[in-house]
Design a protein around this ligand. Structure first.
Ligand code: 2P0
Length: 350
């Protein structure tokens, strides 16, 4: 190997939004959840992470930049992903550039990683999901890794739990698994993105501020203190997951909306049941819920499902284009936007 070459790969990965939420770990290091979860992966054209990974014998250490700013790779989560992916690296040859990397060289070579999110980081829009999925996928491409998406998902999971679901499009299930080593805690695709392409997803950015309680510490506190979390994981989610899979399979929007809204509300109820209580939604979020509930009731059948992650922003899933157009009109009327020039987006709350 000469000293003057750089080999690069770029990947783009969308974020995903859970319709059956992951909240609580049974193993914090391996990131093993207390229940299964189901998500929908967003269109890669919108909320996504783009990551370029590069390797060169000239690099002195592994380094990473997020949105142009260098971040530390010393955390266990990055180290776990890098270690697991390096273990699976294979020989890479680029004859045109005269580069040959042997399998064992990957342990010695250092990486430079540059990652960009095209949406607010850590504002409850699952930035870590797209980020770790993209990192693992880009490294797998660079290192000629053979493993399929489900096997890669078990590596991305060790970066951030929800990341494992971003390696597939469409609707995706993260199977919690039973093994202590986490080998069966991985994502599978339920249906691809064409199966239910009538759905429209609108994200109402209520606030782009960083959340006060990170998901990681929030769910740790919930596991330690919430009795509702125990009931949810054991009694509610196993049944609800099956019902959700059936609703998705049959494109049954009424059941889908009922389950999605109920699961979001129960997740936030678990947050309130945590000591000290965690408040992710704000008044604007609550007003959006009331508005959608009233509208759905007045129509006789649900037009829109709402779901909120660890932040106040509303993810609204409309049954079709017509419902999405009506929803936008209603949102703009009831929540007149403040145009925020820094963010190039409409902020409808504070
Ligand atoms: C989810 N969330 O299923 C749930 C719903 C937030 C609310 O997954 O500690 O950032 O990195 O595994 O994946 C957010 O949790 O937490 C999350 P870690 P993660 O999408």
């Amino acid at each position: 190997m000469g000293e003057k070459w750089v080999l690069m790969k770029t990947a783009q990965t969308p974020t995903n939004i859970a319709v059956i939420k992951y909240w609580g770990k049974r193993d914090e290091t391996l990131i093993l959840p207390v229940n299964d979860s189901i998500s929908v992966t967003l269109d890669p054209a919108h909320l996504c992470t783009t990551t370029t990974v590069a390797v060169s014998p000239a690099f002195q250490q592994d380094r990473m930049w997020l949105n142009g700013k260098e971040i530390s790779l010393s955390g266990g989560r990055y180290q776990n992903c890098l270690r697991e992916i390096r273990k699976r690296a294979r020989e890479v040859e680029d004859k045109k550039k005269g580069i040959k990397i042997e399998k064992e060289d990957w342990e010695k070579l250092h990486l430079h990683i540059a990652s960009y999110n095209n949406f607010p980081t850590a504002a409850g829009l699952a930035s870590s999901a797209a980020g770790f999925a993209c990192l693992v996928f880009a490294l797998a491409k660079l290192m000629n890794v053979e493993e399929d998406e489900s096997q890669l998902s078990a590596i991305a999971r060790q970066g951030s739990g929800s990341a494992c679901r971003s390696l597939f499009g469409g609707f995706v299930k993260w199977i919690m698994g039973k093994e202590e080593d986490g080998s069966d805690s991985l994502a599978v695709q339920l249906v691809d993105e064409k199966h239910w392409d009538d759905l429209f997803i609108i994200i109402a950015v209520v606030s782009s501020r960083q959340k006060e309680t990170s998901s990681t510490s929030g769910m740790r506190e919930s596991v330690e203190t919430s009795l509702l979390l125990q009931h949810r994981a054991k009694e509610v989610v196993p049944k609800r997951t099956l019902q959700m899979e059936e609703a998705i399979e049959n494109r049954d929007f009424a059941s889908f909306a009922k389950l999605t809204c109920a699961d979001s509300n129960q997740f936030h109820a678990v947050c309130l049941d945590t000591s000290p209580p965690i408040f992710y939604m704000n008044d604007t979020s609550h007003r959006i819920i009331s508005h959608v509930e009233k509208w759905n009731r007045s129509e006789g059948s649900p037009q829109v499902a709402y779901t909120f992650d660890a932040g106040p922003n509303a993810v609204l899933i409309a049954r079709d284009r017509k419902a999405a157009a009506q929803l936008l009109k209603r949102l703009l009327f009831s929540f007149p936007p403040n145009f925020d020039t820094d963010l190039d987006s409409y902020i409808i709350g504070d």
